[in-house]
Design a protein around this ligand. Structure first.
Ligand code: ADE
Ligand code: ZN
Length: 343
């Protein structure tokens, strides 16, 4: 690859309007903010410096990361903490030309520590609404169930969300995948669907293709988060393409969690080539070393993505979103306008 091509890609990526569809807000907690909140809330953390925190972010699998991630979120206590966290993410997203976000939060990671559900969601929503005014970034909020906990806890969480349902777009499923297949949550997802919520689930990040089938057949998801291992099953690929399901891939996350050993092996290019509606996302950017543009750039260089590939990825991020058709059309027009300048 010539340096000119890499530079051209970088400037396209920087200017492309995009949506982020796979972002855990607790995973955007930067070490500096972790220290600030630890002091503010008098919470002890097992680190003495930002450098020490960054050094601890070396993971060999998903569980390694999750142990550190749950420990990190212990500094989030008040409504203001959740506001500060979310607002900082939106400020950062704006600088990457993000126009729409669909963010996850993990209420059970907070209620289990005695933090009220209302404090977490109240602060996040207040920041999303303020961010919409300040940065013109629209939003949807997705509440995730922690799959290492039981079905009863997920039902309890859904009932805590009842007063907020008009502000929650959907439910998701995250945390330790292996040993916790989607079918474990079929009944709570069915209830969420009855309540008019959109449905997404992490599947095929570490788990087998069978978990992706289950997310489709037992949970009836609108979108699959990650879905890397779907590529191992030709019939599954055909199903995903036929149903135009969006897969929210997270390249730097996959690298840091050893889902792939090199970005050359990221599923992005293979999914594009197979006709799958793939998007690029940052997952937990503070832990994985990069926000959305860094994810785009890293995979674009590693896989020699074409200008047309970049355009498809930006378009997919909007067509795969839960925005209205009218808003999607407006964003697509903005993507095409930027691309016209480069062609
Ligand atoms: N929670 C936060 N990030 C996650 C990931 N990549 N997979 C599963 N659960 C998560
Ligand atoms: Zn995730």
């Amino acid at each position: 690859m010539t340096p000119e091509l890499s530079d051209l890609r970088q400037s396209i990526i920087a200017q492309l309007p995009k949506a982020e569809l796979h972002l855990h807000i607790e995973g955007s907690l930067e070490p500096e903010m972790m220290f600030m909140l630890a002091q503010r809330n008098m919470v002890e953390i097992p680190y003495t410096s930002v450098e020490e925190i960054r050094k601890a972010y070396a993971f060999s699998n998903l569980q390694d990361f999750l142990d550190i991630y749950y420990q990190g979120m212990a500094v989030l206590c008040s409504e203001q903490d959740f506001f500060d966290l979310t607002y900082a993410y939106l400020e950062r997203a704006q600088s990457d030309c993000v126009r729409h976000v669909e963010i996850f939060f993990d209420p059970q990671g907070h209620t289990s520590r005695g933090v009220p559900f209302d404090s977490a969601i109240g602060g996040i929503l207040r920041a999303l609404e303020e961010g919409e005014k300040q940065f013109k970034i629209s939003h949807r909020l997705i509440m995730c169930f922690l799959r290492h906990l039981d079905e009863a806890s997920a039902f309890e969480t859904l009932s805590q969300a009842e007063p907020w349902l008009d502000k929650i777009a959907g439910v998701g499923l995250d945390s330790s995948e292996l040993g916790h297949p989607p079918s474990k949550f079929a009944r709570v997802f069915a209830l969420a669907r009855q309540k008019g919520l959109k449905l997404v689930a992490h599947a095929g990040e570490e788990g087998p293709p069978g978990y992706v089938w289950e997310a489709l057949d037992h949970l009836h998801v609108d979108r699959i988060d990650h879905g890397n291992r779907a590529l191992e099953d030709e019939a599954l690929i055909q199903r995903i393409v036929a149903e135009k399901k969006t897969l929210t891939v997270c390249p730097l996350s996959n690298l840091k969690l050893c889902v792939v050993s090199n970005l050359v092996d990221s599923p992005v290019k293979a999914m594009l080539d197979a006709g799958i509606k793939v998007t690029i996302n940052s997952d937990d950017p503070s832990y994985f070393g990069g926000y959305i543009n860094a994810n785009f750039a890293a995979v674009a260089d590693a896989q020699n993505l074409s200008i047309d590939n970049l355009k498809t990825l930006a378009r997919n991020s909007f067509t795969g979103s839960f925005l209205s058709d009218e808003h999607i059309a407006q964003h697509i027009a903005a993507v095409d306008l930027v691309m016209d300048e480069f062609c």
